[in-house]
Design a protein around this ligand. Structure first.
Ligand code: SF4
Length: 59
């Protein structure tokens, strides 16, 4: 199951890749999953965000 762990530094990269899946909010800012990725397009975006996260917080 898609998940974001506590190492997130709130950089915003994942939300920039897909703002339908990821939202960065709070202080200190952290990414949240808006929904689980469904279907090939969302899975592709999820994997792209996962590969782009600088701290490997997207599991
Ligand atoms: S790309 Fe990674 S570190 Fe940056 S906001 Fe998203 S989960 Fe957090």
């Amino acid at each position: 199951m898609a998940n974001i762990n506590d190492t997130c530094i709130g950089c915003g990269t994942c939300a920039a890749i897909d703002d339908q899946l990821f939202k960065v909010e709070g202080n200190p800012s952290k990414a949240k999953l808006i929904k689980q990725p469904e279907g090939p397009e969302e899975q592709k975006k999820y994997e792209e965000a996962k590969a782009s996260c600088p701290v490997g917080a997207i599991e």
